[in-house]
Design a protein around this ligand. Sequence first.
Ligand code: GUN
Length: 289
Amino acid sequence: MAARIIDGKAIAAKVRAEVAEGVRELVARAGRPPGLAVVLCGDDPASQVYVKGKGKASREAGLHLVDHALSRDTTETELLRLVASLAEDPRVDGILVQLPLPPHIDEGRVLDAIPADKDVDGFHAVNVGRLWSGDERRLVSCTPAGVMRLLAESDTPLKGAEAVVVGRSNIVGKPMAALLLEADATVTVCHSKTRDLAAHIQRADVVVAAVGRPEMVRGAWIKPGATVIDVGVNRMADGRLVGDVEFSVARERAGAITPVPGGVGPMTIAHLLKNTLHAARRHTGVDIS
Ligand code: GUN
């Protein structure tokens, strides 16, 4: 039987509507909207597209957007000075510095300069530590947080389930594993050097593929009825976008599956807005539910 398609666009629209409602409530109670600062340094075309998308979604949700586009020869000192000023700005609840940064700038030093309570990307060591130690006072990386919502919306049981994460990046794979573990799944993290990926995937009730290799997860490996979440977005030579999962075959075996595009992608921006609202509620003292 063909899998249910998990409609990330529709679910992201729902998250964004929830955020917009939360923003209206915050304005009513605290007298100001959540503020998000987005910093782009350089002229990487993909980053320009991402930043534009983040800006548009922020405005639509009613956020106060502070947009900084810096030239690629901005010095590390100048960037650190900007981050320090945003860190002190009371109207700014979240700071996002788009990666990658130009090679002459130390990314770690810049990310460390963002206070943990404004780190809406969830990259700061304090937020990573709080995630792994189950501390609620944390901001979680947006893509894995979005995946958890997709799993919830598709009624995927996680308690006791075998979950396999393919990919071990700091942005997706590792926080994904932490969240699935927290939800009582039994988690295996596979990666490009895993010896027998097929054997791991074949046991999985839940597969999250975030390895950045087109169709590396073969459809025939998918356990019948499994939920498959494809974080990969790979641009092929002919211009097609392809995920990390062989969708055409996997959809015939899975119980539910995300498409590429239109699956995980829209959830990332929606959760950036959600994190910014969450940070603003903390900063204003308006109750957090
Ligand atoms: N570059 C690619 N993805 C991301 C992201 O989620 N956050 C930031 N800051 N930069 C990125």
